[in-house]
Design a protein around this ligand. Structure first.
Ligand SMILES: [Zn+2]
Length: 223
């Protein structure tokens, strides 16, 4: 099971990724984390990545693919992996495909957790954060007892800049601009599976399990 997870901010992708990691007993690679780990462990590629980061430059695709390949090519990922946060562009997807082919591997499937923009704005835009200690509430899903006041320490609740509707819309525009070509790429390779992300986390997890069962069957038939 070599999987890639795609989905907008607020889709619950991270939650589902962690559940998959536990259910399938596969390593879950959130790209930002493994890049930071490579830098911390001072692997050769980690040192290269750090040079770019220290200059404030983007780490080039081939370096990121190299860092991911180091992990994929290790014993922990022998049975598969779950990749989140990479690839973000078609060239990155192509670089990943090529690297996997070199390792004699291929993606089993790409799961797109689909949530409408309005739903993302509802989920993220309803968050209220306590000014003093960062406690998080939600006007709809987890409202404080008194509007605008933190239940725990009585501090005022504010809308963080990241949670302002116009900022969320901007992030979504960026997400769609980058992700849609990627969705097309994986669709052409018949790897893309859409999961309705609007249901409850348990229902989304069930839908993912059913999709994986189908992918497994198809993989077995192909052998
Ligand atoms: Zn608080």
């Amino acid at each position: 099971m070599n999987l890639v997870l795609l989905g907008p901010p607020g889709s619950g992708k991270g939650t589902q990724g962690e559940r998959l990691r536990d259910d399938l007993d596969l390593p879950y690679y959130a790209t930002g984390d493994i890049l930071r780990a490579a830098v911390r462990d001072e692997t050769e590629l980690g040192r290269t990545a750090k040079e770019y980061m220290d200059r404030g430059d983007l780490v080039p695709d081939d370096v990121i693919v190299g860092v991911i390949a180091e992990r994929i090519d290790s014993a922990e990922a022998a049975d598969g992996f779950i990749l989140d946060g990479f690839p973000r562009t078609v060239p990155q997807a192509e670089a990943l495909d090529a690297k996997l082919a070199e390792l004699g591997r291929a993606l089993t499937g790409v799961l797109l957790i689909d949530v409408s923009d309005d739903e993302v704005v509802r989920r993220l835009g309803g968050r209220r954060t306590c000014e003093e200690n960062g406690h998080v509430f939600h006007v709809e899903f987890n409202p404080p007892e008194r509007e605008g006041v933190c239940d725990i320490d009585g501090s005022p609740l504010i809308v963080r800049d990241d949670d302002k509707p116009e900022v969320i819309r901007n992030r979504l525009t960026t997400y769609h601009g980058k992700t849609e070509p990627l969705v097309g790429h994986y669709d052409r390779l018949s790897l893309l599976r859409r999961i309705d992300g609007v249901a409850s986390p348990d229902e989304v997890a069930d839908a993912i399990s059913r999709t994986l069962a189908t992918l497994r069957m198809e993989a077995d038939e192909a052998v």
